[in-house]
Design a protein around this ligand. Structure first.
Ligand code: SAM
Length: 188
């Protein structure tokens, strides 16, 4: 089966002290809902990357994350030159000022890698023109984590399926209680 083009999440404006929990949750949400790569922009914060690598190591899958010193340069290159396969990609900026997600997501091409851009501190005005899509998850101010989760679930409804996370611990869905299988262990 031909796999879909990769999904990147670019976090702009991370503030190491103020955003450490929410940026970690943003990366974990990106991973858990099917994104392939998390790009951290703003203040460098090894703790965030270590958290994401630790969860990926324990629960499997191929999720990757890295710190990007020049996130706007990364975004310009992604949109104008090379999204990882030598050709430009498509950037979607999540913002409360954008077009409604339900009507707009179906218009986004699916044959190119995408970069979902979320802000933290003040989002540079250039982002709005650089991204091919500015999409709102409702037009009220809320959270980058909620916005990303709704977008990813709409973009790929199967993104959170357990089958996407091989090689690590497997949580067995239970009516009550907890059950976790080690790599290679099965229920029967
Ligand atoms: N201070 C930032 C600014 O001035 O642009 C925005 C802060 S907001 C808490 C952080 C991020 O959450 C935004 O950049 C946007 O990516 C996302 N976000 C918040 N509300 C949203 C909405 N209604 N639709 C889409 N994204 C939203």
């Amino acid at each position: 089966m031909v796999s879909a083009p990769p999904v990147h999440v670019l976090r702009l404006g991370h503030r190491r002290e103020r955003d450490k929990r929410i940026t970690s949750h943003l990366g974990l949400t990106a991973r858990a809902f099917g994104a392939d790569k998390f790009v951290l922009g703003g203040e460098e914060d090894p703790n965030v990357i270590e958290t994401l690598e630790s969860v990926s190591g324990r629960f499997g899958g191929d999720f990757q994350s890295h710190y990007e010193k020049k996130p706007m340069g990364w975004l310009r290159n992604f949109v104008q030159k090379d999204a990882g396969d030598g050709s430009p990609g498509v950037a979607i900026h999540l913002t409360m000022y954008g077009l409604p997600w339900k009507e707009t997501i179906p218009e986004i091409p699916r044959d190119r890698p995408i970069a979902i851009v979320v802000g933290g501190a003040k989002v540079p005005g250039e982002v709005f023109g650089l991204c091919q899509y500015n999409i709102s998850i409702g037009n009220q101010p809320h959270s980058e984590v909620a916005a990303l989760a709704v977008f990813l679930q709409s973009w790929n409804p199967g993104g959170a399926d357990a089958s996407n996370f091989t090689g690590g611990l497997t949580v067995v869905p239970m009516e009550s209680g907890k059950q976790i299988l080690s790599p290679g262990e099965s229920l029967d």
